[in-house]
Design a protein around this ligand. Structure first.
Ligand code: HEM
Length: 850
């Protein structure tokens, strides 16, 4: 094994006392690389009167941590340094004491409840609030520049204290701290400063550790103060727990009914096994320190890399949105198992982060007896070496994940894909961010779950992240104190995603496959369907909690108040008409866009029009009457007509009129159209409202004559143009009430008395009821097909029922088994347009009301 005085005692101290500008623990391996060569993996280094072995050989590491772990333990130096701050616990003890500790705490980490996603979610929300509170957002949606790292430390402190003690330090949310019970004679714990005392205490330990056996040279006053504060904090909760006794837990369990649903508190569980106050204090503090900074640093590093690798960020986000949907405040669909298994790329990003920046960059062991490590000796360094009892071995974890011979030529590149190659990379002791063997990290699963959860929520909420450090690519720097010392932290600016929540409230079923296809097509869309009754307009059956995030609503008439749905941006109505929403404050007083389902009725209503019209031409009512009486009577055959060259006049050339024109043209009829405004040019005849593909008349090519105007005279010119069929297809407004009355029937008759069949599929009041009865009785018109009447429903005994030559159906012409399918297709079209920033189809002009 090569031996080299790579770093004098002074240089080692300097590296350990590292400031931002130097290399900290990296110095150890950089020195081996530059002074001895990249292919030397195990060296012995004399420091003052002490000899240290440094190895980055996985075979040696495996022997120390796993296969020969009985011959090794963590160094006394490490345990002695940390003990004053955290006491004797699983992290700071050796030998039999460690075995006892591990046996005590290990069962806790095997429980599913430790991965409490509700708890993590609560603190993630506070992190988001902290970002929103402290960082202004530009008009383009970017936050100002800030360092994410300290926010992760606060969040990790809050999560870990709550998990361990049942009450969070709430460093992110001091004003909302839950009130603590009073313990007579004991001050409530200092939740405000616990983070500071832990950090400062840790810094003292690090500084003293650097002086190794000479640490007594440093004064202990500051360290003692911080240790006392940290102990006092934990002691308070231990005392509370012990005072409450077993009855407390039993009560909690009986109150929550299901024991498995009781909120998990680590201290509660440990106190079932031991009531030793000092032991409880020490074990909980050990876990607090093992769990807090590590996960905070990991999250910092993850976002450090994501902010520098937009491609990875985008790929990860796409997969997250495809699986979990876009950001919704309640995170209801994220489950532990899903986080672990569903998106392997999340695991790859976490692994790659830990490879590039293992948050615990150095580990160590001491030989308990004379022993042998498998490699490092001989000319090629591949023969065993003898390690005498008491010799310390440094394991530079980060250096093993930087070996080109183990990881490939792009070892310095952050590339998560390497973990998916060749059916998924298997790893051994060259990748031990969580340690390995007997003392392997107990919190690995919890740390990975927490990191994955934070990634999912962050990438749901923010669609872009940019690194704002200048220059961005300073060398990576780690530190013993588990922090990122590269450049200036995790300097970023974030862009919040324009996430949407679609609520579909329909009186018909919506297939799950449709909702899923929307989620797939629009990754930022969170979609939910709720069934309503036909005609239902009260918004109260939907909780305010749901309304508050809704940005897009599809409904018949369930319209929330302005306050209920502050984020609502557009409403897609299921109906072609909008009369029932015109007086709603959300329609009248806000800029929320409303769209109709215009076009959804084209095929079925045009068929109804042509069907009833053909009934007249072919005397179907006459023959049906005969059929009911089993009478073979050809009586009316000489009256039967066909359609070529007949003229259909369409009053209101919208979606229904245009499809009617298409069908009528196919039958050889001539089409006359009437619209309010003139359409003199081909362009002006276009219609951009929705129509099923290949149907309708979007170009306006079917009418041979086009009439227009707003006066009665204009209307009469149209009615006098020789119509065999008049289709009333105009919306009901103040101007169209009784639009067709006695004078209009006279106008129709002027081109031939008894020639015209009037077909009303619009709204009853557009045609004057008394006057159409008279026109029918007097034979001014040939007949009437009415799907709508005034009043509606038409009462029993009403004279319209028995008027001459009338076909009445009860407002059903718009019904079709394909209705829902078409309405949903309109919604999809509008979502597409909305997401592309294009004009919505069928948008209601608010002044006009349709
Ligand atoms: C990214 C996050 C984490 C990393 C990288 C990490 C890393 C490590 C490493 C390397 C060790 C082994 C030390 C040795 O070999 O001497 C360890 C031990 C330990 N870790 Fe973690 N850890 C993380 C998170 C956590 C969390 C969240 C918890 C608990 C809530 C935790 C609890 C422990 C405990 C109790 C031990 C001591 C095990 C023993 O000595 O028997 N760790 N961790």
């Amino acid at each position: 094994m090569p031996t080299k005085g790579l770093f004098g005692f002074g240089r080692l101290i300097e590296s350990v006392l590292a400031t931002q500008s130097d290399s900290g623990p990296q110095y150890v391996v950089e020195a081996i690389d530059t002074e001895m060569g990249k292919d030397i993996h195990t060296v012995e280094v004399p420091i003052s009167d002490y000899r240290l072995i440094v190895t980055r050989d996985p075979a040696n590491v495996q022997a120390m941590l796993a296969t020969q772990s009985v011959n090794w333990d963590v160094g006394e130096h490490r345990t002695n340094s940390w003990r004053p701050l955290f006491g004797d616990g699983v992290f700071t003890s050796r030998g039999e004491a460690w075995k006892h500790s591990r046996a005590l705490v290990r069962p806790q980490f095997a429980r599913d409840q430790i991965n409490d996603l509700d708890l993590i979610e609560r603190h993630v929300q506070r992190l988001f609030s902290a970002i929103q509170r402290s960082h202004a957002v530009t008009e383009e949606g970017w936050t100002d520049e800030f360092d994410l790292q300290p926010l992760f430390y606060n969040m990790a402190l809050d999560i870990t204290t709550e998990l361990i003690y049942g009450y969070s330090a709430d460093s992110q949310h001091p004003e909302g701290r839950a009130e603590l019970p009073v313990i007579p004679g004991y001050d409530t714990p200092d939740r405000q400063n616990i983070g500071m005392h832990m950090d400062a205490g840790k810094a003292c330990v690090e500084t003293r550790g650097a002086l190794w056996k000479y640490r007594w040279l440093l004064p202990t006053k500051k360290l003692n103060e911080h240790c006392a504060a940290v102990h006092k904090y934990a002691e308070w909760f231990v005392r509370l727990r012990l005072q409450r006794g077993e009855k407390y837990l039993e009560r909690l369990e009986s109150e929550s009914g299901d024991v498995s649903k009781k909120r998990y508190v680590l201290l509660d569980e440990l106190a079932k096994v031991t009531q030793d106050a000092v032991e409880l204090r020490s074990q909980t503090l050990n876990i607090l320190t093992a769990g807090r900074d590590t996960t905070a640093a990991l999250m910092g590093w993850i976002f450090y890399f994501l902010s520098r690798h937009q491609g990875v960020f985008d790929k990860l986000r796409e997969q997250i949105l495809a699986h979990f949907g876009s950001y919704a405040a309640d995170a209801r669909n994220i489950e532990f198992k899903d986080l672990r298994d569903s998106i392997p790329y999340i695991t790859s990003v976490i692994n790659e982060t830990l490879r590039m920046a293992p948050v615990i960059p150095l580990n160590e062991r001491v030989a308990l007896r004379d022993t042998v490590l498998p490699r490092g000796g001989g000319y090629h360094g591949d023969e065993p070496i003898l390690v005498p009892k008491g010799r310390q071995v440094l394991i530079p974890t980060y250096a093993m994940t930087r070996r080109q011979d183990l990881w490939g030529r792009d070892v310095e590149v952050f590339r998560p894909e390497r973990w998916d190659e060749d059916g998924g990379r298997k790893f051994g002791f060259e990748f031990i961010p969580f340690g390995g063997g007997a003392r392997q990290c107990l919190g690995q699963q919890f740390a990975r779950t927490k990191a994955a959860y934070v990634i999912v929520r962050f990438l749901q909420k923010y669609d872009k992240i940019e690194c704002t450090q200048v220059p961005p690519d300073t060398p990576l720097r780690f530190h013993h104190t588990i922090e990122n010392r590269s450049g200036s932290g995790v300097q970023v600016t974030l862009h919040e995603a324009g996430n949407h929540k679609l609520l579909i409230v329909t009186p018909f079923d919506v297939p799950n496959s449709f909702v899923d296809s929307l989620r797939h097509q629009f990754p930022d869309l969170d979609a939910e369907h709720r069934r309503s009754e036909w005609g239902s307009i009260t918004p109260t059956f939907i909780p305010d909690d749901v309304w508050k995030d809704v940005t897009v609503l599809m409904t018949f008439g369930t319209i929330p108040t302005v306050e209920q749905a502050p984020k609502l941006q557009f409403v897609q109505l299921v109906s072609a008409g909008a009369n029932h929403v015109l007086d709603k404050p959300l329609f009248k007083d806000t800029g929320v866009k409303f769209c109709t389902a215009n076009g959804v009725h084209g095929p079925q209503i045009s068929e109804w029009i042509i069907g009833t019209y053909l009934s007249f031409l072919h005397s179907f009512p006459y023959y049906l009457d005969n059929q009911k009486q089993a009478t073979w009577n050809r009586g009316a055959h000489h009256l039967i007509e066909d359609s070529p060259d007949k003229v259909v006049g369409i009053l209101g050339y919208g979606a229904i009129g245009r499809q009617t024109a298409r069908v009528a043209t196919a039958m050889g009829m001539t089409v006359h159209a009437f619209t309010l405004h003139p359409r003199p040019t081909p362009e002006s005849r276009h219609d951009d409202s929705w129509a099923p593909a290949g149907l309708g008349d979007p170009e306006g090519v079917f009418p041979s004559k086009w009439f227009s105007g707003s006066s009665q005279e204009d209307l009469h010119t149209f009615l006098k143009s020789g119509l065999d069929l008049l289709v009333v297809a105009t919306p009901l407004t103040d101007n169209t009430k009784s639009l067709i009355g006695a004078a209009e029937f006279e106008a129709l008759a002027s081109a031939g008395k008894g020639r015209t069949i009037v077909s009303n599929i619009a709204r009853g009041p557009v045609v004057n009821t008394d006057e159409i009865i008279a026109a029918l009785d007097q034979g001014l018109i040939r007949g009437a097909a009415l799907d709508v009447t005034d009043p509606e429903p038409l009462p029993e005994g009403h004279p319209l029922w028995s008027a001459k030559n009338v076909i009445i159906t009860p407002h059903v012409s718009g019904a079709s088994t394909r209705y829902a399918e078409r309405a949903l297709e309109i919604l999809r079209t509008n979502l597409e347009r909305y997401s592309e920033g294009r004009n919505l189809v069928n948008k209601i002009k608010k002044k006009r009301g349709y």
